[in-house]
Design a binder for this molecule. Structure first.
Ligand SMILES: Nc1ncnc2c1ncn2[C@@H]1O[C@H](COP(=O)(O)OP(=O)(O)OP(=O)(O)O)[C@@H](O)[C@H]1O
Length: 337
């Protein structure tokens, strides 16, 4: 059985138009005018049980709207979807027992309660058997290293501590699918890494299907096997992450702060964008120069105080996809008799 099956899924919002000023407010109150916003346009998608899918796109592409329809929060304007054999917006309550969701920008935990109390409440909502709940809870506390935060109100936790609690809470009822909307947003490198490891573990040990949106290419590379890219509500690419990495994620930027200025940087496949005093910015063509080799070269030649590695922005990846797509279409047209 497919974990998720989507056919022609669409969502159009009616957006109220309002002219500026007091007259505009009065007019929109008495005679409201609406315009249509097509957020998702006829998406087709199939996800197998146990798959790890990255659902990508720039801001406003329609990712959250799609997740909201797949979790039953929103009714679509058209099309059909089945999640674990259920229609999400018609059988939302039944589906809730089998899926988990984490929205990086919005907490699912009770803000004024400590995580332990949220876990307890959730165990009641999901009607978990007491013995199952205790063993699952304790296992998650151990894996996610939550012991020090269990009794602190969620509002007093750091973002990284809270996110670990959020993901643990979403996994409490052993969901078959987790929807993760920007689970690592705003986190530092170490916490991001920990969260990725935990999600990977859940996928490999429990076969949990992962449906992930992220602007962080690191999440995609390290967590997902397949990537679906949407833009303006339409799927523009559906392929393996390995291939995507080879063809689209071929450039990384390394920013360095050195203890003291060093010799001019030279390495095949690396372009020096800036080298001024102790600051250095490098663009790495990863097909030619492996990032590990470049870092090893840096560490052996310079005294590094701070280092960050950035992936190309999503907008740049989308531009590449369109460029590639139109090149393929031109080639097809050229070969047509
Ligand atoms: N409730 C709503 N009413 C009107 N328009 C909406 C509503 N929700 C979303 N939209 C619009 O639909 C489009 C898609 O929004 P959505 O939140 O799904 O994008 P997204 O890909 O998740 O973006 P981001 O990466 O910024 O979170 C946007 O243009 C947005 O303004």
């Amino acid at each position: 059985m497919n974990a998720i099956r989507v056919e022609g899924l669409s969502k159009t919002f009616a957006v109220k138009q309002k002219a500026s000023g007091l007259m505009g407010s009065v007019q929109s109150l008495l005679k409201p005018r609406f315009s249509e916003k097509a957020a998702v346009r006829r998406i087709d998608l199939t996800v197998e049980q146990g798959e790890t899918l990255a659902f990508l796109g720039p801001n406003g592409a329609g990712k959250s709207t799609t997740i909201k329809m797949l979790t039953g929060i929103l009714h679509p304007s058209g099309g059909a979807a089945e999640v674990l054999g259920l229609c999400p917006w018609k059988e939302r309550r039944r589906l809730a027992y089998h899926i988990g969701s984490v929205f990086g920008q919005k907490s699912q935990l009770w803000y004024h309660l400590p995580p332990l109390d949220s876990f307890e409440l959730m165990s009641r909502i999901y009607e978990l058997k007491r013995a199952d709940y205790f063993s699952r809870r304790d296992d998650l506390i151990r894996r996610f290293e939550l012991e020090p935060y269990l009794h602190t109100p969620v509002r007093k936790l750091s973002l990284g501590e809270r996110m670990r609690c959020e993901i643990a809470a979403a996994m409490l009822h052993r969901p078959k699918i987790v929807f993760l909307d920007e689970p690592t947003i705003g986190l530092d490198v170490i916490v991001k890494q920990k969260i990725r490891e935990l999600i990977r573990e859940m996928n490999s040990e429990e076969g949990t299907t992962v449906f992930l949106t992220s602007h962080d290419a690191g999440d995609i590379e390290q967590l997902c096997k397949r990537a679906v890219v949407i833009n303006h509500g339409q799927v523009i690419l559906d392929e393996g992450v390995e291939r995507m990495k080879r063809e689209l994620l071929t450039e990384k930027t390394i920013r360095l702060q050195l203890q003291e200025p060093g010799p001019p940087f030279r390495f095949p496949g690396v372009e020096v964008l800036r080298q001024e005093g102790g600051a250095m910015e490098l663009s790495v063509e990863t097909v030619t120069a492996g990032i590990e080799q470049v870092l090893a070269h840096i560490v052996s030649h310079y005294r590094v105080v701070d280092v960050t590695i950035e992936d190309p922005p999503m907008e740049q990846i989308i531009t590449h996809i369109y460029a590639k797509d139109s090149a393929v279409r031109r080639e097809e047209a050229r070969q047509r008799p």
